[in-house]
Every structure is written in structure tokens, then in C-alpha cells.
Design a binder for this molecule. Sequence first.
Ligand code: AMP
Length: 213
Amino acid sequence: MNIILLGPPGAGKGTQARRLVEERGMIQLSTGDMLREARSSGTAMGRKVADIMDSGQLVTDEIVIGLIDEKLQGDNAGGFIFDGFPRTLPQADALGELLAKHGTTLDAVIEMRVDDAALVERIVARSTCGNCGEVYNDITKPQPADGKCAVCGASDFRRRADDTAEALTTRLMEYYKKTSPLIGYYYAKGELKTIDGLGEIDAVAAAVSEALR
Ligand code: AMP
């Protein structure tokens, strides 16, 4: 099964994708994670996208489509979760073509709805484990008191450079201008399922499972 998790920054796409990886053995393809990896390993592409990412703007379609194309060559036994991709109409068209090229199809697009005020609150409180990617929130899920990640035990917590109020405003505008048209695009294809992304992680996970049934 191949699915897209669609929603604004802070909607919980990454958190739900990780659940699906654990529970169903799916493969998470997060273009944001791939780009951050390229930056930290200092590749030419990573250097090129750094300032754009920090400002909250989208990088070019060509770059992210190339990243996804590469990943689709690999093992797809568990199915793919597209997290943060596609984010523009040309990316959505390209994904359709890439899946066809690899002899597979898209099964569902899950739109996670969360209002803007909640997104800002979530994002400015967010940190992640630099080792395993577990997501923490200062208010709802604080980092463990012993300073070690509850999942992997590492003590390398990070805050994203673009998780600031300023970059978030740009990220939200990019979402409304360039990504939200995908809601209509997938609705018209009969592939869209919309869920409430505002509740507790378990409640949202239950809604995701229900949508995938
Ligand atoms: P994310 O981790 O998904 O919030 O992505 C972080 C940043 O990476 C975004 O603000 C963009 O600058 C860039 N990015 C990630 N995915 C894409 C995409 N599909 N298209 C364009 N830019 C992207």
C-alpha cells in the first residue's frame, strides 16, 4: 500500500508516519528528512538548499522529485508513506508518473487537518531526537527528565532551524499557496480521506487506520 500524508507543517505527518513504519513495516519517505541529511553531510545539493529551507520556502520541484525517484528504486515490500511530498501540483503529477514507472499505484491520500493556532503552538515547542527521530513537545510530551531519548537512549535533542515563528509564517503561506491545491487534486481523483489531526497521537493514529481500511 502506498499513501501520502498531506497537511501543513506541524500537522503530525512525521509522527504518524513513524507509527505506520512500526506497525505495518511501511517505508517512510520524507523529503524534509532527506534534505536535512544532505545538508548535514555537506553535499553540493545540501549547501544549495540550506538557506531556502531555513527561510521556510520550498526547494525546487526538480530536486525533490529526483530524491523520490532514487528511493523508489529500492525495496517497496511494505509500501511507501510519502511524508512532505508532493507539495506542489507538478510534484503530484511527477509522483503519479514515477509510481507508474515502478509498476505501482497510490492507494490513499490522508489529509491531516489542524488549525493554524495549534500548528504554531506545536512547532515552537517541538524537538526531536537527533539519533532516532522521535518527536518531543515541551508541553504535551516533554523530553525525559534523565535527558535520554525514551526510544533509543541517546541524549542528542535538536530543534529545527526552521521551527521559529518567523520561518513558520513563510512555511504556512507556502502550504496554502502551493500545497493546499493538492487537496482538490486528490479529491477529484477519489483518493482523498480527511481526518482531524488535532487530537492525541493515539486518537489520530486510530483515525489514520480507519481511513486506510
Ligand atoms: P519538512 O521537514 O517536510 O517540514 O520540510 C522542511 C523543508 O524542506 C521545507 O520547508 C522545504 O524547504 C523543504 N522541503 C521538504 N519537502 C519538500 C518538497 N516536497 N518540496 C519542496 N520543498 C520541500
